[in-house]
Design a protein around this ligand. Structure first.
Ligand SMILES: NC(=O)C1=CN([C@@H]2O[C@H](COP(=O)(O)OP(=O)(O)OC[C@H]3O[C@@H](n4cnc5c(N)ncnc54)[C@H](O)[C@@H]3O)[C@@H](O)[C@H]2O)[C@@H](O)CC1
Ligand SMILES: Nc1ncnc2c1ncn2[C@@H]1O[C@H](COP(=O)(O)OP(=O)(O)O)[C@@H](O)[C@H]1O
Length: 287
C-alpha cells in the first residue's frame, strides 16, 4: 500500500488563494446545529468554515435554539431548519456547496432525519453524532457518495466498523492506514481517521497520512471540540470547490499548524482565529 505523507511541501497553497469574484463564487457552507445548550460545537465548526475562506456560512438551527445561536454569531448567518424535510427544501438552493453535520447534533429523530436529507448536498462532512447514527442505520450508509467525508475518531470508528477498528490497533506500522482504506472502500466515500496520526483514504485506494508527532507534536489538540473545528475547516474547503481528498489533507495540516502556532493552553475555539496567521505564514496570495 502506498501512503503519501502530508507536509508543508505537498500542500498546494495556490488552492487557498481567492480568485476575483463575489461571495457565492467562494461557496456557501451550511452547518447544522443541535438543540438548546448543544450549539457550541456547530458554532465552532461554522467559524472554522468561514475563516478558511468559504464565501458564506449559515448555521441551520432548530427553532428552539435560534435565540441562543443568534446572540453568539455575527458574520455567520442563521436559518431555521427544524427537520429533514426543511433541510431538503433549503438544499434546493444550489448555491449551498457543502454541508457539515454531526457535532453535538444529537441522536434523536430530528438528527436521523437530517442525516438522511443531508446526503443530497453536493459535498457533505459527517462527523460525531452523524457517524453514530450512520452506524445504526443502513439507509444512511446506502446514501453515501464520493463527495462525502467521514471524520471519525477511534471511538466513532469502532462503532462504524468494529472489525476494522480492531485491525487498526495491530502492531503493524500501516495498520491504521489499511483500516481507513478498507473503510473508504466499504462506505464508498472519503474517510479521515483522526488522532496524532491522521489517515485519509479514498474509495479509489489513495491513502495519505499526517503525523502530528515529533517536531509536529500537538498534544494540546486533545481538547473538546478540536475535531468539530477540523470538520468545519474541511467543509469550508469543500464549499470552495476543492476536491475531497485535497480538502481533507489541507485541513488536517492547517489544523495541526494552527495548534503548533498557538502552543500549550489551546482550546478549540482558538483554532479558527489562528488561521489568518497560519495563512499569512504560508504566503497565501490573491489568486
Ligand atoms: N463544545 C461542544 O459543544 C462539544 C461537543 N461535543 C459533542 O459531544 C458529544 C459526544 O462526543 P464524544 O467525542 O465524547 O463522542 P461519543 O460520546 O460519541 O463517544 C465517546 C467514546 O468514544 C471513545 N473516544 C472518544 N474519543 C476517542 C478517541 N480520540 N480515541 C479513541 N476513543 C475515543 C471513548 O471511549 C468515549 O467514551 C458529540 O455530540 C460531540 O459532537 C464534542 O465534540 C466536544 C465539544
Ligand atoms: N494527542 C494528539 N496529538 C495530535 N492531534 C490530536 C491529539 N489528540 C487529538 N488530536 C486531534 O484533535 C482532534 C480531536 O477531535 P475529536 O476526537 O473528534 O474531538 P472532539 O469530538 O472533542 O472535537 C482531531 O483532529 C485529532 O486528530
Amino acid at each position: 500500500m502506498q501512503i503519501s505523507q502530508i507536509t508543508r511541501d505537498t500542500l498546494d497553497v495556490t488552492l487557498l488563494g481567492k480568485k476575483p469574484g463575489h461571495k457565492y463564487d467562494h461557496g456557501h457552507a451550511l452547518v447544522l446545529s443541535g438543540g438548546p445548550g448543544k450549539t457550541g460545537a456547530a458554532r465552532m465548526a461554522a467559524r472554522g468554515a468561514l475563516r478558511i475562506g468559504a464565501g458564506a456560512v449559515t448555521l441551520g438551527v432548530p427553532p428552539a435554539a435560534q435565540l441562543e445561536v443568534a446572540v453568539q454569531v455575527t458574520a455567520i448567518m442563521l436559518e431555521r431548519i427544524p427537520d429533514g424535510a426543511a433541510l431538503a427544501d433549503v438544499l434546493k438552493d444550489n448555491r449551498i456547496s457543502a454541508l457539515c453535520l454531526g457535532p453535538a447534533l444529537g441522536l434523536g429523530a430530528r438528527a436521523a432525519g437530517l442525516v438522511k436529507a443531508a446526503l443530497a448536498a453536493p459535498s457533505v462532512v459527517l462527523d460525531a453524532d452523524a457517524l453514530t447514527l450512520m452506524s445504526q442505520d443502513a439507509e444512511i450508509c446506502a446514501g453515501l457518495h464520493p463527495r462525502c467525508i467521514l471524520t471519525p475518531h477511534m471511538g466513532e470508528f469502532a462503532r462504524l466498523a468494529p472489525d476494522l477498528a480492531e485491525a487498526a490497533k495491530a502492531e503493524r506500522p500501516s495498520a491504521k492506514a489499511w483500516a481507513a482504506r478498507e473503510a473508504a472502500a466499504r462506505f464508498g466515500c472519503v474517510v479521515l481517521l483522526k488522532g496524532p496520526e491522521t489517515v485519509i483514504a479514498t474509495p479509489e485506494g489513495h491513502v495519505r497520512r499526517h503525523c502530528a508527532t515529533h517536531d509536529r507534536a500537538t498534544p494540546w489538540l486533545a481538547t473538546a471540540g478540536a475535531g468539530d473545528v477540523l470538520a468545519g475547516f474541511i467543509t469550508g474547503l469543500l464549499a470552495r470547490g476543492i476536491d475531497p481528498l485535497e480538502a481533507a489533507s489541507m485541513a488536517a495540516w492547517l489544523h495541526a499548524e494552527a495548534a503548533l502556532t498557538h502552543g500549550p493552553g489551546l482550546i478549540a475555539e482558538d483554532l479558527p482565529d489562528l488561521l489568518p496567521q497560519v495563512l499569512r505564514a504560508l504566503n497565501v496570495q490573491a489568486a
